[in-house]
Design a protein around this ligand. Structure first.
Ligand code: GCU
Length: 430
């Protein structure tokens, strides 16, 4: 009886689904063709949500900046639902003879406590040994502090890590085998020689990069019976940005650091993070986004390379739940990522792309820098003067800076050479 009644409709439905499958496949294909971008309109960073033109920095700071910041907070990255201060600072290791006597090494553990729960993360610091307060680059690393250097004294994190057999990471635990595997991305000696310190943190210690909210920092701020952030509360990017802000709290207390000259740096998902940290916290003197792509510097409305839908599908924990409203619906977003860049104004910001990194949409990253420029101009700061992209390997280094270099999604010596040169100029470091 049951079979008789349902067999035919099921067959018809199956055939129907098969027949429309190519339509969906096409819909979900990644577009890399500039000519196939549907017409879109970018919001003007200098026009408020209710249509008022912003003509000076005072109006920008009192009206437009706060409303944009609020929108990004509640609808893109998610708000931090409480005020969690450092419970204790522990200098677990210190040495004055790192890098052949050039640098001071410190490993500083920050601990947080709330709700009967506890979380600690460790900042690895290398500071030039020159008796002056050092300007500093701070940025997360992907696989543990010990991967950025061959220095045998760097402590190996015990936090959950994504497996990576080429780095010898199995069972989600870091080991001695991965020491130094990322030195190519972190030219520590060159940074020291340029007069900067470097601070880095393993991002997995603040929040492991997986789609659950039982670990990392989130549970410390849950209210009773809460197991998941609310729709407007922090995803992982916001949590990682929070970690950078707490590192900044520590820098302000370290007499060897010039906390007025801290440059926040990040690559890829951690470049999205550095932008959000820099937008949210004006204590960061400058911001660098290396190939941050979708949800970072790239304009969402272009829908080329990675899109809002795809990033939310593949990484459901990165943004807040509310951001999912814009899946395949970027048109209705009242903001775009150039306004995230504008939130950093008038502080220097550097956006970098790589020619082969189409997934991150280099042109969309460039245009964000260009369309954020009018806000910098309000402060008489120089941004990106034209919407014509520069040639590869020909950086534009104004207060808003941009380069596209040859090569793949990565952090290279070329990138660092530019960042050091530009940061010295913008932060007036001798
Ligand atoms: C993926 C993701 C990107 C991200 C990148 C990374 O490719 O789609 O959005 O930037 O990972 O962090 O390496």
């Amino acid at each position: 009886m049951f079979l008789k009644g349902t067999f035919i409709p099921i067959v018809v439905l199956t055939l129907f689904l098969f027949s429309i499958q190519p339509v969906f496949a096409q819909w979900n294909d990644v577009n890399y063709d500039e000519n196939k971008i549907a017409h879109y309109r970018l919001p003007d960073p200098l026009i408020t949500f209710n249509g008022r033109k912003i003509k000076n920095t005072k109006k920008w700071e009192n009206k437009r900046r706060p409303e944009l910041l609020q929108f990004f907070t509640e609808n893109v990255y998610g708000k931090v639902p409480g005020n969690l201060k450092i419970a204790s600072v522990d200098v677990v290791e210190k040495n004055d003879n790192a890098y052949n006597g050039k640098a001071i090494r410190k490993q500083v553990e920050l601990t947080f406590k709330n709700n009967g729960k506890e979380l600690s993360f460790t900042i690895l610091l290398y500071l030039p040994k020159n008796n002056v307060k050092s300007p500093l680059f701070v940025g997360y690393n992907f696989y543990g502090n010990h991967t950025i250097t061959t220095d045998v004294n760097v402590i190996i994190s015990e936090a959950w890590t994504k497996n990576n057999t080429s780095f010898g990471i199995i069972n989600h635990q870091l080991t001695e085998q991965s020491r130094g595997v990322r030195t190519n991305r972190w030219p520590v000696e060159k940074i020291i020689d340029a007069g900067f310190g470097l601070a880095t943190i393993f991002y997995g210690e603040v929040d492991p990069d997986r789609n659950d909210f039982f670990d990392g920092i989130h549970p410390l701020l849950y209210h009773e019976n809460q197991t998941h952030p609310a729709s407007d509360e922090w995803g992982s990017i916001s949590a990682w940005a929070w970690g950078l802000q707490r590192a900044m709290d520590y820098f302000e207390t370290d007499k060897d650091i010039d906390a007025t000259k801290v440059v926040v740096f990040g690559h890829s998902r951690l470049g999205k993070t550095s932008l959000w940290a820099g937008a949210r916290d004006q204590r960061f003197a400058a911001v660098i986004s290396n190939e941050s792509g979708c949800g970072g510097a790239a304009l969402s409305k272009r829908r080329i390379g990675e899109t809002v839908w795809r990033i939310n599908k593949n990484f459901p924990h990165w943004f807040c739940e509310n951001f999912k409203m814009y899946n395949k619906n970027e048109r209705s977003l009242p903001v775009d990522q150039h306004e995230l860049i504008a939130l950093i104004a008038p502080r220097p910001v550097y956006i970098a792309s790589a020619e082969e990194d189409k997934w991150s949409d280099p042109r969309g990253e460039f245009l964000s820098a260009f369309y954020a420029t009018p806000v910098y101009n309000l402060y008489n700061k120089k941004g990106i003067p034209s919407d014509k992209m520069p040639e590869v390997n020909c950086p534009i280094q104004n207060t808003v800076a941009y380069h596209i270099r040859t090569g793949k999604h990565d952090v290279t010596d070329f990138d660092w050479k530019q960042y050091l040169m530009w940061a010295k100029k913008e932060l007036k470091i001798e």
